[in-house]
Design a protein around this ligand. Sequence first.
Ligand code: SF4
Length: 286
Amino acid sequence: MQTLYLRPFLLYKKTSMDLQLLKVCKDFNTTKYLFELNDGNKIETVCIRRRTGITACVSTQVGCAVRCAFCASGKNGLIRNLTANEIVQQVLSVRERVNRIVFMGIGEPLHNYASLIQSIHILRDRNELNFPTDGITLSTVGPLAGLKKLREEHLKIQLVLSLHATVQRVRDRLIPGMKNNSIEETVNAILSYGKRHNRKITIAWLLLPGINDSPEDKKRLAQWFNGENVRINLLPLNKTMANYPFATQKQLRDFKKDLEHLGLEVTVRESQGRNIQAACGQLAIR
Ligand code: SF4
């Protein structure tokens, strides 16, 4: 099985790079890299420096078909999938010593399933990059077909589900590309992945006052996740074209406290790279 995934990396080593670095922008602890692909399309990769090391946030597609209401990456829809080599080469081309990789850049990773899985095998291969599985995180809006396939892989990577709503109507508005995926089934599928692979699941929740912060939302989150190996990660909205309300620090703190009273584990993500348009939802094809 392993040699199947070795081939593209060996091919990569023998051939020229598929990415050309065009531009580097730096903020306090965030660096954004703009790459040009061989066909002229451009993608972005972000490196974030933390106390624990450097995380590379890689792209998996040029554009994105999901068109989330709060995200610049899907504004013009999908142009094409990246190849496994184009995904791996982002990690190799940033000028930093990366110890974590998150599939959280441009694109929905599970919509480019074959290249995603191939790239993970290349990254983990002991004879090649030998990247630890624990250091790989996949962030997804949860297309059911992809989640179910991923559950059956022997990968044990960390998973983040961008949920953002407990009501189908609200989720359909925020994440139009997931209209045919029921919220309940998506929640069950992600919990099933966590149990099978013994992994803590992170639920990303973009807090939008008046849209997804009602007492009923809190109750449903508690019903779904209380007693499960799950952490809720609250995010403030980053500046994109989206015309949505921003949560204040107090609103984030209050929502966190309420969920904690309902027995949930909750963190608030400190967004980095906003000044260079490198934070979540701000990456775009240039
Ligand atoms: S948030 Fe992710 S899935 Fe949604 S449009 Fe942006 S890149 Fe696509």
